[in-house]
Design a protein around this ligand. Structure first.
Ligand code: PLP
Length: 367
């Protein structure tokens, strides 16, 4: 058998999780797994709404439309775009990773640029798809010679994974506008943003003025439903939409009907909206407290937050993963997320701050 090897690596973060489980078994002591990228302050409270679903319908049991259920698309249009886009521009995907992969498969690109601090999975997806990965060190750099990005794509991930920082929207919108004038495609991959915002957030509506922007979104982080594997792509490019539909069809034949129906109820019913608000409120309250605690203890790596605000769900701390592990805290070494050589990355780690504050402090107080 001749296997077509992509050279992409299986997630090393999964291996860290396995190592922590092993240590817990060996020592009989609990560890705090901040290496993970999931919200763990509370679980979203699905029971009441899930009990109201009717499972004996064709809608639930038979293939959902390839690019997503019309009712879910309507709910997404309402929630994210103030009803200002067309349902045809929204394609439901199997989460954010699937959305990115389908988009990148469908574009002819010279190169792709991500921030120098980037989600490790990007480089693996690019490797599988044979796309050249380049970096911008700061957002301002994109404005210095924007013509460089013509025929390429630029990813904007804000709040950023791994840094967990947020840049002002005006600044990001200005960059998008300059890039559009230079024929660059922008992939707006911000699955963390909506955890900190609700329907009043008008960024997606504002992005509709740019025809070169492709949005990839996910319900994994914003409402904590990574297990339902649902997200979406938004683009106003008709040709791209047609290609995306074909590629969704022949890669997964559409997305799970149960997940789509449940998410539609969360987005569009009063009860669902309240459940989402409650999840966001509880989660972001503890995230804020945890970041403040790290700042006060001088554990936050302030050099990464000079012109931006740390919001989570991740932050960078000025301790190595080995130092944290000695205190039974799981984290991810910063070199998993950057190729920067101007800083000694071995002194820093990424931690997830979306955990209950009391538990968080109980582990950090002896550092
Ligand atoms: C920046 C970024 N984009 C996309 C995703 C993918 O989200 P999903 O879990 O829905 O595949 C993640 C997940 O960690 C992420 O960090």
């Amino acid at each position: 058998m001749n296997v077509k090897l992509s050279g992409a690596k299986y997630s090393a973060i999964v291996a860290i999780g396995e190592e922590i489980k092993k240590l817990e078994k060996e020592t009989g002591r609990k560890y705090l797994s901040l290496n993970r990228g999931v919200n763990a302050v509370v679980k979203i409270n699905l029971n009441s709404i899930a009990q109201k679903l009717d499972y004996q319908t064709s809608e639930m049991q038979i293939y959902a439309p390839t690019t997503g259920m019309p009712l879910l698309k309507e709910a997404i249009n309402n929630e994210y775009f103030a009803n200002k886009t067309q349902k045809e521009n929204i394609m439901v995907t199997g989460g954010g990773m699937h959305a990115l992969n389908i988009v990148l498969q469908s574009l002819k690109l010279e190169k792709i640029y991500s921030h120098a601090m980037f989600w490790g999975a990007y480089s693996n997806i690019f490797k599988i798809l044979n796309i050249k990965h380049n970096f911008y060190s700061r957002y301002e750099k994109l404005l210095e010679n924007p013509e460089k990005y013509s025929n390429s794509a630029v990813i904007i991930c804000d709040p950023n994974n791994p840094v967990g920082n947020k840049y002002p929207d005006e600044k990001l919108l200005n960059i998008v506008s300059v890039l559009e004038k230079h024929n660059a495609t922008v992939i707006w991959d911000g699955p963390y943003r909506r955890l900190f915002n609700n329907k009043t957030d008008d960024i997606y509506k504002k992005l509709l003025q740019f025809k070169n922007v492709i949005i990839t979104e996910s319900f994994s982080k914003s409402i904590g439903l990574s297990g339902l594997r649902t997200g979406f792509i938004h683009t106003q490019n008709e040709e791209l939409n047609k290609e995306i539909a074909v590629r969704i069809l022949y890669s997964c034949n559409g997305v799970c009907a149960f997940s789509q129906i449940l998410i539609e109820k969360l987005l569009s019913t009063d009860e669902g909206k309240q459940i989402c608000e409650e999840f966001k409120e509880k989660t972001t309250t503890d995230i804020k407290k945890n970041i403040k605690y790290l700042k006060d203890k001088k554990l936050l790596a302030v050099e990464f937050y000079q012109k931006s605000t740390p919001v989570g769900i991740f932050v960078i701390v000025n301790k190595s993963s080995e130092q944290l592990l000695k205190k039974r805290i799981g984290s991810v070494p910063l070199n998993f997320f950057t190729k920067r050589t101007d800083i000694d990355v071995s002194n820093f780690s990424r931690i997830c701050v979306s955990v209950p504050t009391e538990k968080f402090i109980s582990f950090f107080e002896n550092i």
